[in-house]
Design a protein around this ligand. Sequence first.
Ligand SMILES: CC(C)(COP(=O)(O)OP(=O)(O)OC[C@H]1O[C@@H](n2cnc3c(N)ncnc32)[C@H](O)[C@@H]1OP(=O)(O)O)[C@@H](O)C(=O)NCCC(=O)NCCS
Length: 343
Amino acid sequence: MSNVLENIKMKAASMNKHVVLPEGEDARVVKAAAEVVKQGLAKITLLGNPEEIAKNNPDVDLTGVNVIDPVTYDNTRAYAELLYKAREGKINKKTGLPEYADVDAAIKGVLKDYTMYAALMLKAGDVDGLVSGACHSTANTLRPGLQVIKTAPGINTVSSSFIMVADRENKYNPDGVAVFADCAINIEPDAQQLADIAISSAETAKNIAGIEPRVAMLSFSTKGSGNDDKFFKSVPKMQEATAIAKAAAPDLKLDGEFQFDAAVAPEVGKLKAPDSSVAGNANVFVFPNINAGNIGYKIAQRFGGYMALGPICQGFAKPINDLSRGCNVDDIIAVVAITALQA
Ligand SMILES: CC(C)(COP(=O)(O)OP(=O)(O)OC[C@H]1O[C@@H](n2cnc3c(N)ncnc32)[C@H](O)[C@@H]1OP(=O)(O)O)[C@@H](O)C(=O)NCCC(=O)NCCS
């Protein structure tokens, strides 16, 4: 863990990216902001009222942290205009009315939702990345990004992955590092979404985890050995996802569908998928749905002694990451460093 994280921090420090933290009301976020700047990992903008932040955090030295108060900031109207334009014609599912009737309604909206405010700063190019979620739910953290930042070119799905780091030698994972996806965002992804998840996870493996990706599309079946045609049709779904991903990223080492042992154990891979260059030595694992992914990463964590770094959001046009509400200051610092690397 320490190596992967230390490498991430070292790279982040060399990039000097600018990350916005909209949760100035959270003491952990304020402490992390100060620490990130002190360690030189990124430039930080914190949202909130500067006097209140100083009053509530008297022991924190915020020298070098840029604090913006959306209520008085000069650009607030411009951000609201950006929001109004981006969401013009969109109907609020609950009220059946337009999301924002006019720019004044958008101003009210951004002053109620600083994560949206931060997403608009990101959209405007005033910051390079956004980290939130210490005191907001995943849905409320990701929705502004889904609505105004949207997905990266060639990708239609925002997803998440965990970087799994071994605490001991493991013959089935010689790098000691693996990427698991999607364990946290997409509940029942279709074949196209799974292909997006695979391509984005390979990027996370390469750019954040620092490993050369070999992607396995996981199933309870290997190369057609099983089928569930009468139930969920997940085997053909993984087969189709594999074909879509291969066509979209022909240079990526990716194959499937594989059972987990065929993906990681050379002897099983050779037996069940002799023609595959990924079987038996995969290090990026795409699960068929959130149930499999979420259960799988927790088994690796609790029984396998792996440490789980994430969830890391992937597929956004510009980086946004969601904190767990139980996070501590070190977790926030790590997520800021990861976000800087994605910028
Ligand atoms: C990601 C999530 C938060 C989106 O929820 P939501 O706001 O209700 O999403 P909606 O369906 O209303 O979509 C809002 C917008 O985001 C887009 N969107 C939603 N999910 C998306 C995805 N995965 N990728 C890309 N765009 C997505 C929609 O197309 C929509 O765009 P539009 O408004 O411009 O038309 C939701 O999928 C979710 O809650 N996932 C599970 C998260 C969870 O509970 N995790 C457990 C943690 S372990």
